[in-house]
Design a protein. Structure first.
Length: 240
């Protein structure tokens, strides 16, 4: 299927609901986002809502996508947020930032629209010794941490990407980020070295029985001291 077709995103949403381990992973990601939600006035915007279910966790969530999908309120571009200055308390996203062609433009928009104390809450791919092997060999999206520029060519809303982009912005080029934006990196927490892979994601069959997921969670927690070497994802919290 064409990954830039909105019907593919809607199918992905159905797959997430049907695969127990994959759904549990999303629930864990959403729990982390909710735990770090700032307690300041304002609405919460989610970018890339088409396949997810964060709306069931955050009352009044403003869902959005770059193309028309079921259960999405706004059709919009993250590089031009249609909100008044200082009107949002948070922008949440799950595996979205690395698809935005001009991430610096998004960060400037978020900086403008967030209230003081507001935050960008992200779950994104992360660069590690292990993740480079997985993402460059088993995943369809580009993954190149050697690029100097944060921007990437726009092939399509989902086919255009650089999975290494979050690491480039918030780790490799942290000093540049701090110079260019009135935003503060509060947390970068690398995590989840193999559960997503074993879940099969949205493209493959689940590789392990569902009852083994708690054991996998325990093993991943045991690997936390070495997560910089093994992580495939990261929780990133950036505040204004």
């Amino acid at each position: 299927m064409d990954i830039d077709d909105p019907s593919t995103t809607e199918l992905r949403g159905e797959i997430i609901q049907q695969k127990p381990i994959l759904k549990a992973i999303y629930e864990e990601w959403y729990r982390l986002i909710c735990e770090h939600m700032p307690k300041v006035p304002g609405r919460v915007l989610e970018l890339g809502s088409g396949a997810g279910f964060l709306r069931s966790r955050i009352p009044g969530l403003i869902t959005s996508e770059v193309f028309a999908c079921r259960n999405v309120r706004l059709l919009m571009d993250a590089q031009a947020l249609p909100f008044h200055p200082q009107s949002l308390r948070a922008v949440a996203m799950t595996n979205v930032l690395h698809h935005i062609p001009r991430p610096a433009a998004f960060l400037r928009e978020a900086e403008k629209c967030l209230v003081p104390g507001g935050a960008i809450l992200m779950i994104e791919p992360w660069v590690s010794w292990w993740s480079k092997k997985v993402y460059t060999r088993l995943h369809h999206e580009p993954f190149d941490e050697s690029l100097k520029d944060w921007a990437h060519d726009y092939a399509g809303p989902l086919s255009g990407a650089n999975g290494a982009l979050p690491w480039m912005i918030f780790e490799r080029d942290r000093q540049r980020f701090e110079r260019e934006f009135r935003l503060r990196i509060d947390k970068v927490e690398p995590m989840m070295p193999f559960r997503y892979l074993l879940s099969g994601g949205v493209s493959m069959r689940q590789l392990i029985p569902s009852f083994s997921d708690p054991l996998c969670v325990s093993i991943e927690r045991g690997l936390e001291p070495w997560m910089k070497r093994w992580a495939m994802f990261a929780l990133i919290v950036v505040s204004r």
